[in-house]
Design a protein around this ligand. Structure first.
Ligand code: ATP
Length: 851
């Protein structure tokens, strides 16, 4: 805005413009009376975003100023809609009582609500995270914060190049799914933009200034160590929320150790937390495993699935806990019952720190703490030490729970400022004040009765409103009976309103007592808020422990219900699964699920080439192995009869076409990029699933790539690998390498129809049944017939071509050698003339030259 225009503005509009300029990127909600108003461009944009009526207001300029507004009581609804679309909103409130203001009422921005800091009280499942990214030398550091609970997870990784940065960020953003990412301007901005789009980040912006003094102000948080990403995060939160951020705490610091590293493609391909068709939880591993009672438990379950553990000791301890619940049914039921009365206390942390817990929230906290104490009592009295150990370090805040127990009435009102919510007997002064206010009310009723008799006005009533206070209401027909001591206050169409000196005197007393009672009540509430704030850290620990316990209960429930068994962990690195099942497919198909065995042994067969017709069950089999391995490493029992499993460091999957086309790469390019990444990162402790690698290009290209990938894995990577393919030629590899095993999915042909037996058996299949599947799928018979003829032709040509390809490849060379050897062996020298021998030699040479 031009300075000349600014000077023409009314004082209120000038203040609005000054306030807006403090944070131009956020929409400014400017409090005026009972509304938050927006002006100028903000009004035009927000009215269209939220379907509000756009009006105009004169503000000193020649043209009227665009304006729209929302009632302040429901403003949160509008703020929510804006932040969900990725916008931020500055809330500018009146910070002095308008009645006491001289001139303009003082207004200030009290906070800026951003996509990552918005807390949706009505929807506790809406977990919003904010992530900060900063670089320190070659170290990329990230701080992920769940703002409502105050929990922060720190991550870091040494970045060698652009590709490293991109893959690390992809993984991080996919895992934490922040709504908002902030970065210092120096950080990898370009990479961030690409990754964040992929992970659906709604708001991304750089923050230039970063106050390095912060770590002195939050000594516990920083643990006297400067951490640039954490610093950036706290700086940004203080700047937007305009207050100290005392509820923040570090939940974990991950420097890559201790957890299995799952790539975002693996998370997607195995449908760990969402399915690939509509990106919801349905039909994912998470949907099967999550039988948690509390919301904290469900969130923890998701975290665990995405971050499997690597410590055999911790996993065995977790299995022990499941067993201990299974073997003590009564205790298990008691715990489940108590968990059901624990609220989502995790999300109260922000309100606890800001000391604005409502009475309703306090009652929830009290009930949750009481239930938690009872759970601890069960465990100690039952001597269940494996479970109790979860809580050894946790202070149950029993005193606080007891203290809160006697405070509140049963169901405190949501709008508590004007109503009684503290129980009688908790504070004698409060009781006296409410008594006199309520006693006054009785006095009014008595007076009404007395005056009705005294005046003879049968329907005389004492009423109350905010403007007149208490008054006598007399209908027109009774006006002649009104005595002189009644003083007229107001005349309406059908009645008149009066008061008496006596009524006014009493009114003073009643209203004053009520006001003081409410004041006292709020003061008591404030002191409880202070008291609770001192226990914040303990409450956060309790919510962590409850979440852990809930997850274990969920594992135990599922194990019982679906017949999962405890896996045994081995150090040798071999996978041995008896009658394994796919945890999701077995629950979603109508027919019976056919279990399968798997054995992958680093000292024996560690690479399986899986052939078999389309739709036979190859992918399902491979995924089942990966899912069983993941389940074991998150501490769950597994769907099979018996499992002896290693701790794998990573699970890689190259399955189907990924949806990366937005980044301008072809499907085949994406496939090869993923393959390259897998070959680079996999170790002998990894598990790799390859489904039809090489399919995205011409047959020979694809076949040769698949062939050499298998050889490379066999010779150099040595990771346990399942390789499903339609290239029958790859089954030849098993003849050449000892550790490669050919398996196939059994089928039966009954009356020219194929029957899938779903059973993995030794051997290979050179027939893909693609055309049969097309027939099953309902493709027209004429098309099917034509396809069969084309296939026959192609196969004929194919053989001719195969004979003439020149591949410098051990495998092919071996085949040529074998043929030559065979020919030489068959020469009968006793019956060969020198000339014939010479001619034979010439023909052999020609063959070798053309091979
Ligand atoms: N073990 C099993 N028991 C019962 N049904 C199964 C089993 N395995 C797979 N199926 C069923 O078969 C369907 C096809 O399986 P899957 O996708 O694994 O086949 P595929 O061999 O990978 O096929 P394609 O080669 O066409 O990708 C699954 O959707 C499932 O309904």
């Amino acid at each position: 805005m031009e300075i000349s225009d600014f000077e023409k503005l009314t004082p209120a509009m000038r203040h609005y413009v000054e306030t807006k300029n403090k944070n131009p990127e956020a929409y400014l909600f400017y409090r005026m009376g009972d509304f938050y108003e927006l002006f100028f461009d903000d009004a035009v944009e927000v009215s269209s975003l939220l379907d509000l009526t756009l009006t105009k207001k004169s503000g000193g300029l020649e043209d009227k100023i665009p304006m729209c507004g929302v009632p302040f009581r429901v403003a949160n609804q509008y703020v929510k809609r804006l932040v969900k679309k990725g916008y931020s909103v500055s809330i500018c409130d009146q910070v002095e009582d308008p009645k006491e203001a001289k001139g303009l009422v003082k207004r200030e921005i009290i906070k800026v609500v951003t996509p990552g800091t918005f807390v949706d009280e009505e929807n506790p499942d809406d977990t919003r995270r904010i992530t900060s990214v900063a670089m320190q030398g070659k170290l990329m550091m990230l701080a992920h914060c769940d703002y409502a609970s105050g929990r922060i997870n720190l991550e870091q990784k040494i970045i060698w190049d652009y590709r490293d940065a991109l893959s690390f960020l992809d993984k991080q953003l996919e895992f934490y799914r922040p709504a908002e990412v902030i970065f210092s301007d120096l950080a990898y901005e370009r990479e961030l933009s690409a990754s964040s789009k992929q992970a659906g980040v709604v708001s991304l912006h750089g923050v230039e200034d970063c106050n390095e003094e912060l770590y002195q102000r939050y000594p516990e948080l920083f643990d006297s160590q400067y951490h640039p990403a954490l610093n950036l995060l706290v700086y940004y939160l203080e700047m937007t929320q305009i207050r100290r951020q005392d509820h923040l705490y570090i939940q974990s610091m991950n420097d890559g150790d201790g957890h299995m590293d799952l790539s975002d493609t693996t998370i997607r391909n195995l449908e760990l937390v969402e399915n690939t068709h509509d990106s919801t939880k349905k039909d994912s591993l998470y949907a099967i495993l999550d039988r948690c009672t509390t919301r904290m438990g469900s969130r923890k379950m998701r975290e665990k699935i995405l971050r499997p553990m690597m410590s055999a000791d911790s996993l065995n301890e977790q299995y022990d806990r499941i067993e201990s619940l299974q073997s003590n049914r009564i205790l298990f039921d008691d715990i489940l019952e108590k968990l059901a009365s624990i609220y989502d206390i995790d999300r109260l942390a922000l309100s606890i720190a800001n000391q604005n817990l409502s009475p309703k929230q306090m009652v929830r906290l009290q009930k949750s703490l009481a239930a938690f104490t009872e759970i601890l009592d069960f465990l100690t009295s039952e001597g269940e030490m494996v479970l109790y150990r979860l809580f050894e370090q946790v202070d149950p805040c029993s005193d606080l729970a007891k203290e809160l127990e006697s405070v509140f009435i049963d169901d405190p009102p949501a709008s508590y400022q004007e109503q009684r919510f503290i129980r009688e007997g908790y504070d004698s002064e409060l009781d006296e004040l409410f008594d006199s206010s309520e006693g006054g009310a009785q006095w009014i009723l008595d007076l009404e009765e007395r005056e009705r008799e005294g005046t003879g006005i049968k329907n005389l009533k004492i009423k109350y409103n905010k403007i007149l206070g208490y008054f006598f209401d007399v209908s027109k027909s009774n006006l002649s009976l009104v005595p002189d001591r009644f003083i007229r206050k107001q005349t309406l169409v059908g009645s008149e309103r009066f008061f008496t000196d006596e009524l006014k005197e009493q009114e003073e007393r009643i209203l004053h007592a009520k006001e003081r009672a409410l004041e006292r009540q709020l003061a008591l509430l404030d002191s409880l808020r202070c008291r609770i704030a001192t226990e914040l850290e303990n409450i956060q620990n309790i919510s962590e422990a409850v979440a852990e316990l809930d997850v274990i209960c969920s594992f135990a429930l599922i194990a019982d219900r679906y017949g999962y068994v405890r896996p045994t962990l081995n150090q040798e690195g071999s996978i041995s699964i008896e009658n394994g099942r796919h945890p999701v497919v077995e629950r979603t198909i109508e027919e019976e699920y056919i279990p399968n065995d798997t054995r992958l042994d680093p000292n024996g067969y560690f690479l399986q080439v899986i052939t078999g017709p389309n739709m036979a069950g190859k992918s399902t089999y491979m995924r089942q192995v990966a899912l069983i391995q993941i389940m074991a490493q998150i501490g769950s029992f597994v769907p099979c009869d018996r499992a002896n499993l290693p701790i794998v460091d990573q699970i890689f999957t190259r399955i189907g076409a990924s949806d990366f086309l937005t980044r301008g790469k072809s499907t085949f390019m994406v496939e090869m990029t993923e393959v390259a990444e897998i070959l680079r990162l996999a170790t002998p402790r990894s598990l790799i699933l390859f489904d039809e690698v090489g399919r995205g290009t011409s047959t020979y290209d694809g076949l040769s790539i698949a062939w050499s990938i298998i050889e490379y894995i066999y010779d150099d990577v040595r990771a346990k690998t399942l390789f499903a393919t339609h290239y029958f030629e790859l089954t030849e590899l098993a003849n050449q390498y000892e550790g490669i095993l050919n398996v196939t999915v059994a089928t039966e042909e009954v009356d020219e129809e194929i029957l899938f037996l779903r059973k993995i058996v030794l051997g290979e299949s050179n027939y893909s049944f693609g055309i049969d599947v097309a027939k099953l799928a309902g493709v027209k018979p004429t098309v099917i017939e034509r396809a069969r003829r084309v296939l026959v032709d192609l196969e004929r040509q194919n053989n001719v071509e195969t004979a003439s390809i020149h591949v410098k490849d051990d495998a092919v060379e071996t085949m040529v050698d074998d043929e030559l050897r065979e020919k030489i062996r068959s020469i009968d020298l006793d019956h060969t003339t020198p000339l014939e021998a010479l001619m034979l030699l010439q023909s052999l040479k020609e063959e070798v030259d053309h091979a």
